[in-house]
Design a protein. Sequence first.
Lengths: 216, 216, 216, 216
Amino acid sequence: MAARKTDGSADVAAGQPAGGRRRRDAAATREALLQAARDRFIRLGYDRTTLRDVAADVGVNLALIKRYFDSKEGLFKAALAGTPRFLGGAGEFPQDRAALAEALSRQLAAGAWPEFGEHPVLLLLRVSGDERVDSLRRQALRDFSRRVLEASGAAGDDDERLLRAELLVALGVGIAVVRSAVGLRPLADATADELIGPLRDVVDGLLAPPRPGDAV
Amino acid sequence: MAARKTDGSADVAAGQPAGGRRRRDAAATREALLQAARDRFIRLGYDRTTLRDVAADVGVNLALIKRYFDSKEGLFKAALAGTPRFLGGAGEFPQDRAALAEALSRQLAAGAWPEFGEHPVLLLLRVSGDERVDSLRRQALRDFSRRVLEASGAAGDDDERLLRAELLVALGVGIAVVRSAVGLRPLADATADELIGPLRDVVDGLLAPPRPGDAV
Amino acid sequence: MAARKTDGSADVAAGQPAGGRRRRDAAATREALLQAARDRFIRLGYDRTTLRDVAADVGVNLALIKRYFDSKEGLFKAALAGTPRFLGGAGEFPQDRAALAEALSRQLAAGAWPEFGEHPVLLLLRVSGDERVDSLRRQALRDFSRRVLEASGAAGDDDERLLRAELLVALGVGIAVVRSAVGLRPLADATADELIGPLRDVVDGLLAPPRPGDAV
Amino acid sequence: MAARKTDGSADVAAGQPAGGRRRRDAAATREALLQAARDRFIRLGYDRTTLRDVAADVGVNLALIKRYFDSKEGLFKAALAGTPRFLGGAGEFPQDRAALAEALSRQLAAGAWPEFGEHPVLLLLRVSGDERVDSLRRQALRDFSRRVLEASGAAGDDDERLLRAELLVALGVGIAVVRSAVGLRPLADATADELIGPLRDVVDGLLAPPRPGDAV
DNA sequence: AATGAATGAGCTTTCATTCAT
DNA sequence: GATGAATGAAAGCTCATTCAT
């Protein structure tokens, strides 16, 4: 690297007895490291995130990262593992098209993930170069597509329907990227309420059963 | 960075007088460097692209990069500048909604950009950390949104219409990312013909004038 | 150090009350640590032996090493101190040339030191960088030379005789090194029976009283 | 490591234009690095030799070592490769027993290898942990044994004769170790003249054809 | 007595960059 | 215009050690 910095290293150490150093609370330290790591990975990507900075954010020694996560790769995976799925857990997934648009707009609106700073899906996109991580990423997005497919309630050619579900995933990813990494305005500032209308149209357009008379 | 390589360094230097050394063709050398740089930036991102590898691809000395582009940042900007806009040049932009979906599907299908290896929009997303580059990126995407807006032919609230145009941009970005960086299948393998149907529905859903009776 | 491991960390803790944790048997723990340390020092040398691995071999906490031996240096010295002399204790030293060759061949043959894995003289050669350790080492070898001298029963110039005794020491050291650290074959595999003949010739050649008519 | 230093880092830079920095002489720089590396590897062993110190000895930047030797392992191998064989080149090897003792005593006497500081065979013994290096080492010593065998002119059982040749190798190694690494006196200070007598007796004892009447 | 959290220092390696030729 | 030698700065990782509990 040898390049410039873009961050603003600040001691976080949330919830710690201020004044003194963080002492003897492995779980808390581990969690704080994860938090700081996620923040940097999402904001700066894998390469520009340095373990030294992560440790400094939390105010602990660099070697603790090795202790808890073994390596940078391990830290990244742990950050990834702790990341909420694209759209909630199993039970919470919207069960029909109508709910899907609303859920999406809420998920993608700014500030929806206060504990991550930015949308967690961005973490998935920060290349690590490790095939197993790439695989994790693919799996997560594939899962999401499958769920969208189930929620779509649409009939018809299976491949085409899956493609349409994946296009919805792509839209979600694109929105997250364009909002956070690019800062395209007004999209970057749109609230959930402003997003829901257009998203409903997209979801309907993509997932509505083909109208009678349409030729594919 | 840490270690692994993902490339396959191969001398390119196409169109050079074989046998002898590349001699004294500044313009050609410069162009070859740009080409090699784009390829790596798109495939590996900014950080994992090393100037040494770029120079080695072309078969010239590393210091030439400094001569022509001054720095890695400069090389990246030059690579970015030479990138075709998201959707063709001024005159070629589709003038109505109907054409837009088709143009998009063609643009986003694999192999559409043989000289880049992958979709050039990915180059826009490779963080450089430099604010001027970020600005370039935003500008390019903003331009595209404006043009989509013009092509949409829609009436109504200006802000909402711009938001919808930007959502289309986001979709394009998302598709490029999901195809190339993530490899989500079947989307990654879809042809222009397979993409056009769903994309038409999205474009219609997003840009069609609100049907009578709709409440926003 | 850099990276690779060459061991095969296995819990030893022989003779411990199985089932429960090693509890409160300071002497046993201390001895087990020494044993594990010797094994690693001999096999891997000083630098490549890590206290963590030694502690793990025994199954106790790393900090115990500090408690019992104060430091890595201390552990090494303790390991050295517990090492049997090159050739047995005082009373057992062979009293004449004839016995010397036989004792040597037995000492140097493989498997002669089951509790060390390799010949303990190797421990003497593992640099510690500490002058007091170097001194210990010199003293041990000097003692051995003196005893060889006494056993040689030879008359003549004192200095020359000492030199010859030290050459026998050097041979012993060389054999241990070449067998264990280098693995030179067939020497590395030779049994005591195979060694004794040649060694008898060396001992005779070196220590036999100068034949009449010889000029030194 | 994290341990003490035992050296005395001093700028060498022999043959360089004093006053200014070493400039633009790749071959000389490379050689100076090799020289410094050999010195440290022999004196301190592989682990305790740091690239920083080697570079500092020569007065150049650490990264040059990567440039010329790629890695620490590479530097070690290069140092090893440039090391003279145990006993001279092909033609120079003593052709009979009589010459062998004399050659050995000359080789093993102090100061015989001014460009190495210590006897180069010690370099062979400095573990690197790399199997290919271990193999190099074994091969070098095996070569030497074979040559001793050829020079011995002895008849008899082949295996026994090889064993005896290897014992002579072991003696050579042992003498080098005991002189340099251990500093056993008077052996460490003995001159070639003082060594030759005893060595002649050893060589005769080991390699002389079995006297008639001897049972093996 | 024993544990495990936390630290500090140092090592190899990697890169962008600069300087002479 | 072009080359290759040389530099500086940092990154990931490892280890002995110390400090609370």
